[in-house]
Design a protein around this ligand. Structure first.
Ligand code: ZN
Length: 234
C-alpha cells in the first residue's frame, strides 16, 4: 500500500514527464531539485554581495535621500546576462512567480545578515495604474512578496504614482530626473510612517532617479529609508 506522500511523488514525477519545468534563463529542463533556474544559470547570476557591506558603492547614487540607511542590489545587470533574461520574463512574459522566487532567494541571504531585525516595513516603487492594468501586476510587488516571506516582514503599499509619463528608456539622466519629479505621493498618514524603517523595492536600478522620487513622500513623513533592487546596472 502506497503512502499519501509517495503517491504524490509519483503523481509529480508523472506530471513532470509530460509537463517538464524549464530553466527561465536557458530553457534547459530542470531537475527535480531545481526551481525556476538551473544550477548552471544560478552560478552565473553575478551576485553583487553588497548587502554584506554598508554603506557601499550604491550610496553615492542616492544623493537625494539624506541619511539613506542601506542600499543593495542582488545582481549586476549586464546585457545578455542571466538576470536580464529573468527580469524580462518577470516583466513581459507574465512569469509573476519568478519575481516571488527571486525575492525569496535574496531575502534568505539578507536574513543571514539580520536585515529582518533592522527593517520595519517593505514597500515598492509603484507603477502607474494604466501600466498596472496592462501588465496585470507590478513586478516589484512580486519581488517584495518573496522578500516579505523570507524576512517575515510586512509588505505594505505606501507609495502612489500620480502621473503616467512616457517610457524612460530613451532619455538621458537629466531628462529622467525632470521626468519623474513630483509624481509620487504617500498612501498612508504621517503617524503610520514617521520613524519607521522602510525598505523600498524596485526591480532594476539604472540612474536611481525613479526610486529617489518615489522615496520623497516617505522622507517627508519622517521615515528612515533603505533601498533594494534585484539588479543594478554597473
Ligand atoms: Zn539555465
Amino acid at each position: 500500500m502506497l503512502s499519501t506522500q509517495s503517491f504524490s511523488v509519483i503523481v509529480s514525477d508523472f506530471v513532470s514527464l509530460f509537463f517538464p519545468n524549464y530553466c527561465c534563463a536557458c530553457n534547459l529542463t530542470l531537475s527535480k531539485s531545481e526551481e525556476f533556474i538551473c544550477t548552471h544559470c544560478r552560478a552565473e547570476l553575478s551576485e553583487t554581495n553588497m548587502h554584506k557591506n554598508q554603506p557601499n558603492v550604491l550610496h553615492p547614487q542616492f544623493f537625494e535621500i539624506p541619511g539613506l540607511t542601506y542600499a543593495m542590489a542582488f545582481c549586476w545587470f549586464k546585457k545578455g546576462s542571466v538576470i536580464q533574461k529573468l527580469l524580462h520574463q518577470l516583466k513581459y512574459d507574465g512569469n509573476e512567480e519568478l519575481g516571488v522566487f527571486l525575492g525569496e532567494l535574496y531575502g534568505k541571504q539578507l536574513r543571514e545578515y539580520q536585515y529582518h531585525e533592522k527593517i520595519d516595513i517593505i514597500t515598492t516603487v509603484p507603477l502607474h495604474y494604466l501600466k498596472y492594468r496592462k501588465r496585470g501586476y507590478n513586478q516589484s510587488d512580486k519581488i517584495a512578496e518573496g522578500l516579505a516571506s523570507s524576512l517575515e516582514l510586512p509588505f505594505l503599499k505606501l507609495i502612489k504614482k500620480e502621473v503616467n509619463r512616457k517610457s524612460q528608456t530613451r532619455k538621458d539622466r537629466l531628462q529622467r530626473f525632470e521626468n519623474v519629479a513630483s509624481t509620487f505621493s504617500a498612501l498612508r498618514t504621517k503617524e503610520s510612517i514617521c520613524g519607521k524603517h522602510i525598505l523600498v523595492v524596485d526591480d532594476v536600478l539604472t540612474t536611481g532617479a525613479t526610486i529617489q522620487s518615489a522615496c520623497q513622500p516617505l522622507l517627508e513623513k519622517g521615515a528612515k529609508i533603505s533601498i533594494l533592487t534585484i539588479a543594478a546596472v554597473k
